[in-house]
Design a protein around this ligand. Structure first.
Ligand code: ADP
Ligand code: MG
Length: 478
């Protein structure tokens, strides 16, 4: 789905063989790099433009190789305009720039796919003896490319955590130490942790960052004990500038690990090195964690992520659909945001299922297919909104009697609100047409279908009517 992003929008070049770079082109590339550096600043240029490799020309499009997809996306999103502009200045023939992932790229070959520029290197020999399967990643876990600040949708529930995370990532000395992020499962803690690590890497490439889960910390600690390698273990964790431990609740009850973590923690904070911790509860609510550690964890800034709101869920779905470059009808996104309230992971999962289904069966996405594909999932997310509630709200809004929702009266000022209620029932509940029909005085499913179409039609024609329907939907969704 994610086509290499071209360039100058009006020109799409395909089907050309790639010509290898001439020495003239290479010289021009060196000039372009200078122009871009003065445009975006030397440090960004060093991190993002320098690693690009000139691969050649395809038609009038210049092709650059990037060591990995993260760097490729980043350059496309941030520096493509600047690159295209510079190239046009230096060589008038060039109309666009394309970035491709270049597997033979020297950086790609050297890259261990891990954030950790380990202090471990000096200890490598001793580690290799017991972790041959993961050379070079002894201490840290790899980072997810998608978990960046740019991809994080901010809303009321997470604005504090987001702001705190960004601040910590951008500043070169600790502003709050530790930063303690907490919230329920699937609400974005790990996403924010990775985003911090990516950002530090970008803003302060010299700082040593280690990100890992508390479980992994524990596992490595136990192993170090077993192999009598404690000195190396300690040195390694204490040599970092930023230590990030995810899901710290997992060290509950493990006394010796807690002890070690506590000492590591103190050593780093004393040296004014940043510590960032996440958990599913606030420091004081953590169970089976020593008092002194709990209180220490609460010393810096404690930022919580609250359960999602409808607006945030809708925003995330929109952002995700846009990032994947797929068109999903508005009513489908609204339906999902309304129905899947548990957490963001499940919300994303639901969207992915719909997209996968649509691409497999080759049908476009609609509210009907959505309800069908997600039937089991929707059943487990509770049915909070009943047809009766919809009828009551709509009747109240249009000032008709509740009994008219099920009556046979056909005057337009009664029949129309009834149709609106049928329409909303179809949009916001996962009831089938016959089920909805039964709730409206035993009407046939074709009547409901007719109502749904009629209301859709009217919404397209009549702005005020559309507005009424929108207000009603909103009020039922909160
Ligand atoms: P946690 O660690 O709190 O259990 P994660 O960070 O793993 O949750 O988030 C679960 C999923 O939801 C991830 O795919 C993540 O990218 C996504 N997610 C969470 N919060 C947001 C947000 N505010 N914007 C976009 N995606 C989010
Ligand atoms: Mg997590």
């Amino acid at each position: 789905m994610a086509q290499p992003q071209l360039v100058d929008k009006e020109i799409v070049v395909t089907g050309f063989d790639r010509l290898p770079p001439t020495s003239m082109l290479q010289d021009q590339w060196n000039m372009v790099k200078q122009v871009v550096a003065s445009d975006i600043g030397a440090s960004h240029s060093k991190s993002w433009i320098e690693p690009l490799e000139l691969l050649g020309l395809e038609g009038m499009t210049l092709v650059l190789g990037s060591p990995n997809s993260f760097a490729k996306d980043w350059v496309e999103n941030h520096y493509l305009d600047s690159l295209v502009k510079a190239w046009k200045q230096v060589n008038m023939v060039i109309q666009g720039v394309k970035i491709v992932i270049h597997e033979q790229h020297p950086v790609a070959i050297a890259n261990t796919n891990s954030i950790v520029e380990t202090a471990a290197h000096k200890n490598q020999d001793s580690f290799e003896s017991f972790e041959k399967e993961e050379p070079g990643s002894y201490t840290g876990a790899p980072l997810d490319n998608r978990f960046t600040f740019e991809n994080f949708v901010v809303g009321k529930p997470n604005e504090l955590a987001y702001a705190a995370a960004l601040r910590v990532a951008e500043s070169s000395t600790p502003q709050f130490n530790p930063l303690f992020l907490y919230g329920g499962v699937g609400l974005g803690k790990t996403h924010l942790m990775h985003a911090i690590a990516w950002k530090i890497r970008q803003c302060h490439p010299a700082r040593k960052v280690i990100y890992l889960s508390a479980e992994k910390f524990m596992y490595q600690f136990v192993r170090a004990l077993r192999y009598k390698d404690m000195v190396a273990f300690k040195d390694q964790f204490r040599a970092v500038d930023v230590l990030m431990i995810d899901d710290v609740q997992f060290i509950s009850g493990k006394d010796t690990t807690q002890e070690e973590f506590f000492h590591t923690f103190n050593a780093l904070v004393d040296k004014n090195h940043q510590v960032i911790v996440s958990a599913d509860k606030s420091p004081s609510d953590l169970e089976n964690i020593e008092e002194r550690l709990k209180s220490r964890l609460g010393w810096g800034l404690v930022a919580d992520i609250h359960p999602t709101t409808y607006e945030l869920r809708l925003g995330i779905l929109q952002a995700k659909a846009a990032a994947l470059n797929v068109k999903v009808p508005k009513e489908v996104l609204e339906f999902l945001a309304f129905k899947i309230t548990s957490n963001i992971r499940e919300l994303e999962g639901a969207l992915n299922r719909i997209l996968a289904h649509a691409s497999l069966v080759g049908r476009s996405i609609s509210l009907d297919t959505t309800q069908e594909v997600l039937r089991d999932l929707l059943r487990s997310n509770d049915q909070r909104l009943t047809v009766e509630e919809i009828q009551r709200k709509v009747a109240e809004y249009f000032n008709i009697k509740m009994s008219d929702m099920v009556s046979n009266r056909r005057m337009q000022n009664i029949a129309r609100p009834r149709q609106v209620a049928m329409y909303i029932a179809k949009q916001l509940t996962s009831k089938s047409l016959p089920e909805i029909g039964r709730k409206f005085g035993g009407r046939d499913h074709t009547t409901i279908l007719h109502a749904v179409r009629k209301v859709q039609e009217l919404c397209n024609e009549d702005f005020d009517f559309a507005n009424d329907v929108e207000i009603l939907k909103r009020s039922l969704q909160t």
